[in-house]
Design a protein around this ligand. Structure first.
Ligand SMILES: CC(C)(COP(=O)(O)OP(=O)(O)OC[C@H]1O[C@@H](n2cnc3c(N)ncnc32)[C@H](O)[C@@H]1OP(=O)(O)O)[C@@H](O)C(=O)NCCC(=O)NCCS
Length: 175
């Protein structure tokens, strides 16, 4: 049976390469999303060293971003963020899909990422895509009143490919 969510059209979001001119908007989203945000300089460094840096373009401006490093058969998703008003509408799932497709196209076999155990929405998103926990980094993150561990998640991109084919996940470039 169709739910109310099925009847609402998904947000019109495309993705493209992040450029220097996006950095102020990206940093503003980052500041709004995280208690311990990356500085604008970290994003600039990611661009400079040639990481895969993508922004989501919504009709009213930048709707999110994803940063990924790749090399030696492994990709590492370093940051994904969706603008607050676009969350809960499968935008994060599509953003992840685009990053995973790029990693696979570039010949990587595995994708790793870290997440705070307290970040339930992100954990549910990653697990729904097939990521599985493979380790714990103790005290990895800054946290209020101390440090927080990171769970390390890993995805086999062959599994991703199979899952995408099975579920017919929408990962078209124009979203
Ligand atoms: C995590 C984040 C990227 C998810 O983006 P999103 O666009 O809201 O996610 P989606 O709508 O695509 O949801 C995909 C799945 O994630 C899970 N999920 C997302 N938001 C959720 C929430 N608030 N509560 C529970 N599950 C949630 C669900 O499993 C969902 O699947 P479903 O739609 O079939 O229920 C977004 O919440 C965000 O930008 N958070 C701030 C930055 C952040 O924490 N980034 C991750 C750092 S590791």
């Amino acid at each position: 049976m169709a739910t109310a969510r099925d009847l609402v059209p998904p947000p019109r979001v495309t993705h493209r390469r992040m450029v220097e001119a996006d950095l102020a908007d990206v940093a503003a989203l980052e500041n709004a999303a995280y208690m311990f945000p990356w500085s604008i300089g970290i994003f600039r460094d990611c661009l400079r060293v040639g990481y895969t840096c993508r922004v989501l373009e919504a009709p009213d401006g930048i709707g999110g971003y994803g940063i990924m490093s790749m090399g030696a058969g492994e990709a590492h998703i370093l940051n994904v963020c969706v603008r607050a008003d676009l969350r809960g509408q499968s935008v994060g799932r599509r953003l992840m899909g685009w990053l995973l497709d790029e990693a696979r196209s570039a010949g990587q076999g595995w994708v790793f990422l870290e997440v705070r155990p307290s970040n339930r929405p992100a954990i549910l998103l990653y697990e729904s895509l097939g990521f599985a926990p493979v380790g714990l980094r103790r005290g990895y993150y800054q946290a209020v009143g101390g440090r927080e561990d990171a769970i390390v998640y890993r995805l086999d991109l062959d599994v991703w490919e199979e899952q995408r084919a099975r579920q017919g996940l929408a990962v078209r470039r124009d979203g």
